[in-house]
Design a binder for this molecule. Structure first.
Ligand code: HEC
Length: 297
């Protein structure tokens, strides 16, 4: 006879299936939700960066030709100035959304690249066919999603970014003759980079996964108690008294042994069958005993 009780087996099976369900369910949900949160953020960053590109080309193609004939230098004709000014307003409404145009030797010192931006710039410069670099990274104050695209120098840019002699003198007077020059046509000279906060999305994903795990735990507890209680009252207890009754009957000691009247239908049928068996056994034994005493007399 095995030493493990029915309830023991049920408990082991239930607990192990729960642990598997929890790992697969909550873990899988976290993985999928995390992927989707990153995809959503990526799509948003892509749209916002395209808007910045649109501001750049609008300035270059529509504003600059109108104003560039003037002797005066106007920052409003500079694509980088236009895009960054527009995005400062956007950033005012959506803190954490940061648009930058870092260059290795920038015209404006505000556009000096961080070490991470230098890394991205070098990747784009090493591989001119690369269209985009993106990912999630931890920036001290929480996870951010970054999206970077290369800026290549075009003919129209070289008016100001070729040599200080060729650039408008008012511009050179303002920014100095040392930086933002010497760019080559089609060379990757800078990045457009957009940083979007991702910490909130990632935290929400974790919370949803935790909620799911909590829900699974509740379902498990309810299932566990319902199953063990019903197995106890429908199977284990009736079987126990059935075993006792069958054992007593087999020893011919049937007085006062009650067969289970409750329990699963199948167990009640067995009880009824044992009851019939016991009755006929008693009858046969009695007939045998009567015959024996008739023979004697
Ligand atoms: C009229 C002159 C002018 C033209 C034309 C011009 N730029 Fe600039 N560019 C500037 C100035 C001035 C700045 C610094 C703006 C600021 O103060 O933010 C600048 C800044 C930039 C920056 C930011 C990094 C830095 O150097 O500070 C990038 C990138 C850039 N320009 C790329 C381009 C590209 C690409 C084109 C052509 C599509 C272009 N520029 C055309 C004058 C010009």
């Amino acid at each position: 006879m095995f030493n493990i009780s029915t309830n023991g087996i049920v408990r082991t099976v239930l607990i192990s299936s729960f642990v598997i369900a929890l790992l697969v369910g909550a873990g899988g949900a976290y993985f999928i939700l995390h992927q989707r949160a990153v995809q959503r953020t990526a799509a948003e960053a892509g749209r916002l960066l395209s808007a910045a590109t649109a501001v750049r080309s609008y300035t270059d193609q529509h504003i600059a030709p109108l104003l560039r004939n003037d002797d005066k230098f106007r920052a409003e004709t500079v694509p980088a100035f236009a895009a960054q000014t527009v995005y400062r307003t956007v950033q005012g409404n959506y803190p954490g959304y940061i648009y930058r145009e870092p260059a290795l030797k920038p015209t404006n010192p505000n556009d000096l690249p961080t070490p991470f931006e230098v890394e991205l710039l070098n990747k784009f410069r090493a591989n001119p066919d690369l269209k985009e670099l993106a990912g999630v990274r931890d920036e001290g104050k929480g996870s951010v999603y970054y999206l970077a695209r290369p800026i290549k120098a075009q003919e129209s840019c070289l008016i100001c970014h070729d040599t200080p002699q060729r650039a408008p003198s008012a511009m050179v007077a303002k920014y100095g003759p040392y930086n933002g020059f010497g760019w080559q046509l089609n060379e990757v000279v800078a990045l457009q980079s957009l940083t979007v906060p991702a910490a909130e999305e990632i935290r929400e994903t974790g919370e949803i996964a935790m909620l799911l795990a909590g829900g699974l735990l509740l379902v498990f507890l309810a299932t566990y108690f319902a199953l063990t209680l019903s197995i106890e009252s429908l199977v284990v207890r009736p079987l126990r008294s059935l075993a006792r009754a069958a054992e007593a009957a087999s020893m011919g000691n049937d007085a006062g042994v009650a067969l289970p009247a409750s329990g699963a239908q199948e167990i009640r049928s067995i009880a009824a069958a044992i009851e019939r068996l016991r009755a006929s056994l008693t009858k046969s034994l009695k007939r045998l005993a009567d015959n024996a005493s008739a023979d004697k007399s």
